[in-house]
Write a protein that binds this ligand. Structure first.
Ligand SMILES: Nc1ncnc2c1ncn2[C@@H]1O[C@H](COP(=O)(O)OP(=O)(O)OP(=O)(O)O)[C@@H](O)[C@H]1O
Ligand SMILES: [Mg+2]
Length: 272
């Protein structure tokens, strides 16, 4: 399901189309030296097919939130549901993209993408077909047999994206995926990611430190406060579905959303 961001439904997703539900969650880490409350009072509902960006000061629990959705971490309190089911342990049906591409140096781009299929025991003909589709979709055609050291940072990140999408996950979790890229490559990756999201219909939760990136990409932006992290505000992005990168920056909806996020983050940082 895809809804224009400006519709009221985009701000209050309909229950039956909910993909991710986080209900009154808290996460506490107990270490030898101290107890850290990473998250408290976090509730968030993400509709199927929605693109949600998460921003907040360093250490506010953004990565922790993604780990909860993937089942890598259990909440100390509250519940997390994915496609209507409680997340009981690590989920195999999600896709995860990290800040660094984490590719195997001794495998070609295609073989790195197919690693996902090998780990899941996917039929190899289906996996190869899907890999070719993704290679074309991300503009990697011609570089299938190149090794990671022969690829640029942006290309490596595209390989990681293909690997995460190979099994058609209903949810793609992205933790600062473009943080290590130069500004121009990052822009191009933003444009590509938005196009891929529209083509695949995957629900995306993306953590970023870039406010323009969050607003350009997302339907809604979750703004988190400093530790112990909680959701400060959910900002609906009032921009058309079809977003030209350059033109979007001069849209009133873009200025409104980025301005509001900056105000909230400024307050969060000064209270840190
Ligand atoms: N396994 C762990 N054990 C103990 N404390 C942890 C653990 N994982 C995270 N924390 C703590 O929880 C808090 C939130 O961490 P998290 O990595 O989610 O922050 P973040 O918002 O992703 O930060 P950044 O923007 O720097 O990546 C931090 O104070 C961190 O030290
Ligand atoms: Mg993090």
């Amino acid at each position: 399901m895809r809804m224009p961001a400006s519709s009221p439904a985009a701000q209050a997703p309909v229950q039956m189309d909910t993909c991710v539900e986080i209900e009154d969650v808290a996460v506490r880490f107990r270490t030898k030296r101290k107890d850290v409350t990473a998250l408290h009072d976090v509730s968030l509902s993400v509709a199927a097919g929605e693109f949600v960006a998460i921003v907040g000061p360093s250490g506010c629990g953004k990565s922790t939130l993604l780990k909860l959705v993937s089942g890598l971490l259990k909440p100390s309190k509250g519940r997390v549901r994915l496609l209507g089911e409680d997340v009981g342990g690590p989920r195999r049906d999600i896709g995860y993209v990290f800040q660094r591409a984490a590719l195997l140096e001794w495998r070609s781009a295609r073989k790195n993408i197919l690693l996902q299929a090998e780990m899941r025991g996917m039929p190899s003909a289906t996996a190869r077909e899907r890999a070719d589709e993704l290679i074309a979709m991300t503009g990697l055609t011609g570089f299938e047999d190149a090794y990671p050291h022969e690829l640029s940072g942006g290309m490596q990140q595209r390989v990681a994206l293909c690997r995460a999408l190979l099994h058609r996950p209903p949810v793609l979790l992205m933790d600062e995926p473009f943080g290590a890229l130069d500004a121009l490559t990052r822009e191009n990756m933003n444009i590509e990611l938005r196009r891929i999201w529209r083509e695949t219909g995957t629900t995306i939760l993306l953590v970023t430190h870039s406010i323009p990136e969050a607003v350009y990409l997302a339907d809604r932006v979750v703004v988190m406060s400093a530790r112990p992290g909680t959701i400060d505000e959910l900002i609906p992005v009032d921009l058309p579905l079809e977003r030209d990168y350059g033109r979007t920056m001069s849209e009133p909806g873009f200025a409104r959303a980025t301005g509001r996020i900056r105000d909230l983050l400024g307050a969060a940082t000064s209270a840190d």
